[in-house]
Design a protein around this ligand. Structure first.
Ligand SMILES: [Zn+2]
Ligand SMILES: [Zn+2]
Length: 254
């Protein structure tokens, strides 16, 4: 499985793009940024956008991807995919002809550039060349992590979350898992804020390591740009050689 890091951060800064990954060239895993990281032809190859939750830093790139698809008129379309509360919020709260055009009617309702698909929680479902299982995690709005598998290898993706159990429980015993892609948003001194906003700090993340089913490498994303150095130092002190911060623009083979 090939995972390209389009945006590695939990916000935007100079050279820092919000969270987004491209799996095997066709499937977005969150979409905080898309057009700012891909050529037009690469954007046209996208078929699915798997979205963990309805916070802006995880879907804003869909707005401009929809425009790219609409202007190119090649027949390419992206299917926005996630659990019902996430898909419904994007459909009725974003692509609603107020905040942004309803691209499910553009250029025509019968051949739109944006489609929607709702996934069932806790059930493995086919998505393009992948198998995907959405598992609810612990955030301020309905949010899932995903277990993503291509039939031979797989990864666990956390979405935004505070301390969680269900995701690790669901992954227990699965074959072929190669990595955990886990969020970490705030430094330890902002623990109280992390608790309210339901995110992880390096200290909280250290406790998650012990709950994971196997000794997988843990790749960190969603660091807030302004805290990057502080969090990197604290992650080193977590003391595990399993943990590394993901590099933006790098493609990982897992
Ligand atoms: Zn986020
Ligand atoms: Zn969030």
């Amino acid at each position: 499985m090939k995972i390209r890091v389009l945006g590695a951060f939990g916000g935007e800064g100079l050279g820092h793009r919000p969270s987004a990954f491209l799996v095997n060239d066709r499937t977005l895993l969150d979409a905080g940024t898309v057009s700012g990281a891909l050529t037009v032809s690469e954007q046209l190859a996208i078929e699915h956008a798997l979205i963990s939750h309805s916070h802006l830093d995880h879907f804003a790139g869909l707005a401009y991807l929809a425009e790219t698809l609409g202007f190119c008129e090649t027949g390419a379309a992206v299917t926005i995919t996630g659990i019902a509360p996430v898909v419904d919020t994007l459909r009725w709260g974003v692509f609603n002809n107020i905040l942004w055009p309803d691209f499910s009617k553009i250029p025509h309702a019968d051949v739109p550039v944006v489609k929607y698909r709702t996934l069932v929680e806790d059930v493995e479902q086919r998505l393009g060349d992948l198998w995907v299982t959405p598992i609810q995690v612990n955030h301020t709005v309905p949010t899932t992590g995903f277990i993503i598998h291509d039939g031979s290898t797989g990864v666990i993706y956390s979405g935004d979350t505070g301390p969680t159990e269900a995701l690790w429980r669901a992954a227990r015993g699965l074959q072929g898992l190669r990595a955990v892609i886990l969020e970490c948003a705030f430094p330890n001194r902002l623990g109280p804020l992390a608790e309210v906003a339901k995110h992880l700090t390096p200290a909280l993340l250290g406790r998650e390591l012990d709950k994971m089913p196997v000794n997988l490498p843990v790749l960190i994303y969603h660091v807030k740009p302004q805290f990057h150095e502080e969090i990197a130092e604290e992650l080193e002190r977590v003391g595990s050689d399993r943990v590394a911060i993901l590099d933006q623009d790098r493609t990982y083979a897992v």
